[in-house]
Design a protein around this ligand. Structure first.
Ligand SMILES: Nc1ncnc2c1ncn2[C@@H]1O[C@H](COP(=O)(O)OP(=O)(O)OP(=O)(O)O)[C@@H](O)[C@H]1O
Ligand SMILES: [Mg+2]
Length: 200
């Protein structure tokens, strides 16, 4: 049986990485689990990640490189794992491109949709966990966590647009998305995650 594909989404500092290993451990009781991330997830993809997070570039170049890294990720990691029947959990996927490059940067969504179709064919996550927090909460969490990358140095308005695009997509595909109130404590969020995992 084909495996299930779960993606973690949300603005920088929302708490995605905090929960991913915990979710992976829960799912390991049910079968093999592959955890991965975007941009990245392959040697070439990680090289592209370094460029994407630290080099200034044209807006469309950025979107094209995101999808180039994603193509490699799907071909080398995601598709083979799903074909083996593994669970695949990715820290970000295409919703992030719509949110950051579409919402945040203002790139036309139909361009992104064309690339999505090219790169993914019919592949879509079975479940997307959207960690939703106000910008102030995310910024406060990140303040002492690390040096900001190119995206984390963006304006408040950028992240407002990014968050709004995430929420718009979640409202459009309620069967795939679960919006998690990530302002709560890590333990409270785990209770919600446990319920969601029990339902898939
Ligand atoms: N529910 C929470 N309550 C308080 N602090 C939290 C919570 N969740 C995460 N944090 C802290 O907030 C910081 C950012 O969390 P995390 O790295 O998981 O965010 P992220 O969504 O993965 O961000 P990025 O997109 O930048 O990788 C970390 O220092 C983490 O310990
Ligand atoms: Mg993270």
């Amino acid at each position: 049986m084909r495996g299930k594909f779960i993606t973690f989404e949300g603005i920088d500092g929302a708490g995605k990485s905090t929960h991913i290993e915990w979710v992976a451990e829960r799912l390991r009781t049910r079968g093999p689990v592959v955890t991965t991330r975007e941009p990245g997830g392959t040697p070439l993809g990680e090289d592209l990640r370094r460029l994407l997070l630290h080099r200034k570039m044209d807006l469309e170049t950025e979107a094209l490189l995101m999808f180039a890294a994603r193509r490699e990720h799907i071909a080398e990691v995601i598709d083979p794992a799903l074909a083996r029947g593994d669970w695949v959990i990715s820290d970000r996927f295409t919703d992030a491109t719509f949110a950051y490059q579409g919402g945040g940067r203002g790139l036309a969504l139909d361009r992104l949709e064309a690339l999505e179709t090219w790169v993914q064919g019919s592949l879509q996550p079975d479940l997307t966990l959207l960690f939703d927090v106000p910008l102030e909460t995310a910024a406060a969490r990140l303040a002492n966590a690390r040096e900001p990358d190119k995206f984390e140095a963006e304006s408040r308005a950028f992240f407002e647009r990014t968050r709004a695009e995430y929420l718009r997509r979640a409202a459009q595909a309620p069967q795939r998305f679960r919006v998690i109130d990530a302002t709560r404590s890590i333990d409270q969020i785990r209770v919600t995650l446990e319920d969601i995992l029990a339902s898939i």
